[in-house]
Each structure stands twice: as C-alpha cells, then as structure tokens.
Design a protein around this ligand. Structure first.
Ligand code: GRF
Length: 207
C-alpha cells in the first residue's frame, strides 16, 4: 500500500532528497503529500518544489506557544492526507499532542547510535567522546528526545583524527540509505510496535 508521507524539515533536506529520489525511481512505494518547514529559507523546500511536491511553511515564531504551533501542523498535515510523519532534520521539539495525533506513525533519523549521543551536535559529541564506532538510527518518536523505539541502525568506524566534516558526510550517506530502507519496510507493513513492557519500554517487531 502506498505510504502517504509528510516530511518535516528545517534545513538542507538531503534526507528528504533521498526519499524523493526513491519515490521517483519506484524503489519506494510512498507519496510525499507535503513537505512542511518551520523555516522559509530551508533548502529542503526547493528540493520539494523541484520534485513537484507541495510545500508549506509554518514559522513557529508566529505562534504563541508550542501547543498552537503543533496544532496548526496537525491540521495542515491531516488536510494533506498525511498518514506517516518523517522528521528529517526538523529542529523543533514536538508536543505530546502532536505525538498522539500521529501515534506510532512518526519516525526520526538521528546521526548517532542511540541511546548514545541524543540531542543536537550528535556527531561532534561522538568525536569529542573519542568513540571508535558511531552510526545513525531511525526510530519511532515518543514523548522524549530521541528516546523512542529503535527501528534500525547503521554503524561505521571512526578513523583516528577524522574531521567533523568527514564524519558528518559519511554518516549522511548511511542516513539516506537507512531512512529509505526503513520506509520501504514500513510501506510493506513489516514494521510494528509491541505493547509496552512492565518497564514501559516498547520494541519494534519485524515480519
Ligand atoms: C541529519 O544529520 C539528521 O540525522 C539530523 O539532521 C540532519 C538533517 O540533514 N536529524 P538533512 O537536512 O536531511 O540534510
């Protein structure tokens, strides 16, 4: 079944591009119904326009609080027929209201092997810590920051003395591949979430 996706962005949009390319080549059975940005200058918007995909800008600074901003995002995404939400470099925290509106249907791509290095500057954090292996993660979004159930990860070795720029670039390539691969599995109905354990943790089941 064709996955009806909304992609939330704030910047460059290389992960968005990977999704658009996969849709266009037919390697991913998904339709990007809307690209939503909180920044009018985001390069991601131009990528969407070039692919003929509808875009919308909602500037969070024009809303009194997160609740109001997220409420508007929910409306706009629903009006566009979005069923699954992909966070692809979206630099805003989501309210519980938003997470519940698309319950178990929001995924995020993060440039570290979670639960290591959540939050911003994950690649720099990894370098500062001196890890020899890092990677990227695609996970379901829950109420925490980068805490949701992990769907899949890719690991890479960190070369001694590697620059931040080099690591970011190598990680991005992995992110693109991983994100499209996870969306493909979701579109095939192969990814489901188990009920919470007694400790409140939820795991992903693959079929
Ligand atoms: C990626 O590194 C992603 O993991 C993180 O933000 C960055 C977005 O890059 N959440 P892009 O806008 O997709 O190029």
């Amino acid at each position: 079944m064709t996955l009806r996706v909304g992609v939330l962005v704030s910047g460059r949009g290389s992960n968005l591009q990977a999704i658009l390319d996969a849709c266009q080549s037919g390697s991913l059975d998904a339709e990007v119904r809307l690209v939503l940005s909180n920044r009018a200058q985001a390069a991601a918007l131009e990528r969407a326009r070039s692919a003929g995909v509808p875009t919308q800008v909602l500037d969070h600074r024009e809303y009194p609080d997160r609740e109001a901003f997220d409420g508007e995002m929910i409306q706009v995404l629903r009006a566009a027929g979005v069923e699954w939400v992909v966070l692809a470099g979206f630099m805003r925290l989501l309210t519980p209201r938003f997470v519940e509106a698309f319950s178990d249907r929001i995924i995020n791509v993060h440039p570290s092997l979670l639960p290591a290095f959540p939050g911003v500057r994950a690649q720099a954090q990894a370098l500062e810590y001196g890890v020899r292996v890092t990677g990227c993660t695609v996970h379901f979004v829950d109420h925490g920051t980068d805490t949701g159930p992990i769907i899949d990860q890719r690991a890479i070795s960190v070369s001694p003395g590697e620059s931040l720029e080099s690591l970011e670039g190598r990680l991005l390539q992995q992110e693109h591949d991983l994100l499209v691969d996870v969306l493909r599995r979701i579109s095939r109905g192969e990814v489901t979430l188990e009920a919470a354990t007694e400790e409140g943790r939820r795991k992903v089941r693959f079929s």
